[in-house]
Design a protein around this ligand. Structure first.
Ligand code: SPV
Ligand code: MG
Length: 294
């Protein structure tokens, strides 16, 4: 269960200063463990990050089976709820039925399904093709997701890309309301505006009765306090900060080693081998050896 999310806001009320749950991106089980140790409330199995980790663009090239196996391994290695980014649901409403059953069985706590046409293009890229699905068809996908889940606490998060597609705040509200009416537990509204104004305008106008999810990558001025003050944000997803942190750290270390011709200079700035042993659970290996190897 994603704490704080399911009942973050009772229908049609706007309690002040609801504290949103914080969900950090991860692209493999190790990064999910680091998300847990840092104290986040959940791990975001980001399509962008998992694509990038496979050396691929986030344009629906990673298959459901590939993404699902990463989610399964993450859920096995962290106690945190894993929020699975299933993009468009890998096809139509029938694909969504199969996807939701599969992700719930794999140990995910929630899925996010977005209202773009399959194959989708990543949201934040300049000039990306952003084609929206018909509202009724996406409502069918939400209804399929609700029908497929076993546990009512498995969250179905509907994501509208109306602002990303440039369809405007009216279209975003219309779609959000339609998805809430179809039974979504939360509404993710994505924006690539470089200030929080667009999202704050949406949140102020929101009357759909379910909590909102935001991904403030393009508008990092959206602090936790600011999100909480709206009273309508149930989850904040930090969408791609794990892969960006990892890439920057590797680039710096690799460049230094190439420049220096040895690894002495990076030793103080990278994790000691013992830290990797700890994250791998080598202490348990030693206990298991003592207990079971004869
Ligand atoms: C992801 O992390 O895969 C997302 C968020 O969907 S974004 O890349 O900003 O669209
Ligand atoms: Mg994604």
């Amino acid at each position: 269960r994603v704490s704080g999310a399911h009942n973050a806001m009772p229908a049609h009320t706007t309690p002040a200063h609801t504290t949103p749950a914080r969900i950090m991106a991860a692209h493999n089980p190790l990064s999910a463990r680091l998300v847990e140790e840092a104290g986040f409330d959940g791990a975001w199995a980001s399509g962008f990050e998992i694509s990038a980790a496979l050396g691929l663009p986030d344009i629906s090239l990673v298959s459901m089976a590939e993404h699902l196996e990463v989610v399964r391994a993450m859920a096995a290695r962290t106690r945190l709820p894993v929020v699975a980014d299933i993009d468009t649901g890998f096809g139509n409403a029938l694909n969504v039925l199969h996807a939701v059953r599969s992700y719930e069985a794999a140990g995910a706590a929630a899925v996010v399904i977005e209202d773009k046409v399959f194959p989708k293009v990543t949201s934040l890229v300049e000039g990306g093709r952003q084609d929206l699905l018909r509202i009724a068809e996406f409502q069918g996908k939400i209804e399929a997701a609700r029908h497929a889940r076993n546990d009512p606490d498995f969250l179905i998060i509907a994501r509208t890309e109306a602002l990303i597609a440039g369809a405007g705040p009216g279209a975003a509200l219309e779609r959000g309301r339609a998805y809430a009416a179809a039974g979504a537990d939360l509404l993710l509204v994505h924006s690539k505006s470089t200030t929080p104004d667009e999202i704050e305008g949406f949140i102020a106008a929101w009357d759909g009765g379910i909590p909102i999810v935001i991904v403030p990558t393009a508008y990092p001025q959206m602090t936790m306090a600011r999100a909480a003050a709206s009273g309508r944000v149930g989850l904040v997803i930090y969408g791609n900060h794990a892969i960006r942190a990892a890439v920057a750290a590797m680039q710096q270390s690799f460049a230094r080693i190439m420049a220096d011709g040895d690894t002495l200079g990076v030793e103080g700035g990278i994790a000691p081998v013992g830290e990797i042993f700890r994250l791998q659970g080598m202490d348990q290996v030693a206990r298991d050896e003592a207990a079971f190897l004869r």
